[in-house]
Design a protein around this ligand. Structure first.
Ligand SMILES: C[C@](O)(CO)[C@H](O)COP(=O)(O)OP(=O)(O)OC[C@H]1O[C@@H](n2ccc(N)nc2=O)[C@H](O)[C@@H]1O
Ligand SMILES: Nc1ncnc2c1ncn2[C@@H]1O[C@H](COP(=O)(O)OP(=O)(O)OP(=O)(O)O)[C@@H](O)[C@H]1O
Length: 298
């Protein structure tokens, strides 16, 4: 017997970053949109205890020990329910690793839901969301999917209405960026400046509610973009190439280095992806639409 859960990647259509808090995290107004690039996590009983395996194009970069977010999720659920974490978790990885698309978070949320179903723990949605928040700031959103505003460090979610499908292109980069390093660079660039309280952008929320790509393109912002570009300057050329190929908006996805391009329709998205594939810092370019549902048992 085994349980497979499918979990989407995310793009941040607004990422407003406040000052660093005493615990080192930054207060955020984080508008998440789940997009149709997926990891699948399969949980199978394992008599020899917890075991992690992974396949997919970026599998070599994924840790297979207890630092893997999927392993941490299984351990957290097992501990809460006083049982042994005797599970084999296989991750079929399609979300770029260290790309700013919440791939590790997706695996954490997926493993949690898969183990909950396999073990019949019957944890409430609330409990699952609590465990997700302990695992990482992006993990609750991976469980919920759709579109949501994340406040606090991004873990406190308010679900958002979306009036239509948005077409995206994602360009993965020739190397990764570490999320803590990008936040540190944000702090360095912000030194000596007043940082205002992060608040959700009305134009972003309205554009999502209407399903209007032009309005969303005019409204998207990412306060981490200057920090990501400072650490990875070649991404500027990728952004410019996407705009030139017809993207309505071009931005760094979360902490990067994946870049995200909003397209008017599927056909333009394919054209933009084709143009991006020949830019130097781009490894691959993929199209996807959002919103899509969060972690789902298949
Ligand atoms: C950049 C985003 O992906 C945007 O959605 C998230 O803010 C990052 O979420 P995540 O990868 O789940 O991050 P976590 O695992 O919670 O934190 C990793 C590290 O990122 C930094 N971090 C993260 C979230 C936050 N609100 N402030 C931070 O400063 C901290 O250095 C933290 O140690
Ligand atoms: N299941 C996992 N998949 C990928 N990376 C993982 C996983 N568990 C732990 N990691 C570690 O986390 C690091 C960041 O990987 P991840 O793919 O989650 O980054 P990310 O997409 O930039 O995250 P985010 O968008 O949430 O900031 C990796 O370099 C790896 O060492």
């Amino acid at each position: 017997m085994s349980v497979t859960v499918r979990v989407p990647a995310k793009v941040n259509v607004q990422l407003a970053v406040g000052a660093a808090r005493p615990d080192g995290f930054h207060e955020l107004a984080n508008v998440f949109l789940a997009v149709g690039l997926y990891d699948e996590v399969t949980a199978t009983p394992s008599p020899d205890g917890l075991r992690i395996t992974c396949d997919g194009p970026d599998a070599a970069q994924v840790p297979l020990d207890r630092t893997n977010l999927a392993a941490r999720a299984a351990l957290a659920l097992a501990e809460r329910y006083g049982r042994a974490p005797d599970v084999h978790l296989h991750i079929a990885k399609d979300i770029p690793v260290a790309g700013g698309m919440a791939g590790g978070s997706a695996d954490g949320a997926g493993a949690l839901l898969a183990c909950d179903a396999l073990w019949g723990t019957g944890a409430s949605r609330e409990e699952l969301l609590d465990i997700c928040a302990d695992l990482g700031s992006d993990v609750p959103f991976s469980l919920v999917g759709g579109a949501a505003l994340g406040t606090g460090r991004g873990e406190r979610l308010t679900e958002l209405e979306v009036g239509g499908a948005f077409h995206w292109v994602f360009a993965t980069a020739t190397r990764g960026l570490s999320t803590p390093a990008v936040f540190r660079e944000f702090d360095r660039l912000a030194e000596g400046r007043d940082i205002s309280e992060p608040t959700a952008s009305r134009p972003v929320l309205d554009a999502l509610a209407k399903g209007d790509p032009d309005a969303l393109a005019a409204a998207v912002t990412n306060d981490l973009q200057p920090a990501a570009l400072s650490l990875f300057p070649d991404l500027s050329a990728t952004l410019a190439a996407g705009r030139e190929a017809g993207a309505l908006a071009a931005l760094v996805s979360g902490s990067g280095p994946t870049t995200a391009f909003l397209a008017r329709d599927e056909e333009t998205a394919e054209k933009i992806a084709e143009a991006l594939r020949s830019t130097p810092a781009c490894r691959t370019a993929r199209t996807a639409t959002g919103p899509v549902p969060g972690a789902t048992v298949l």
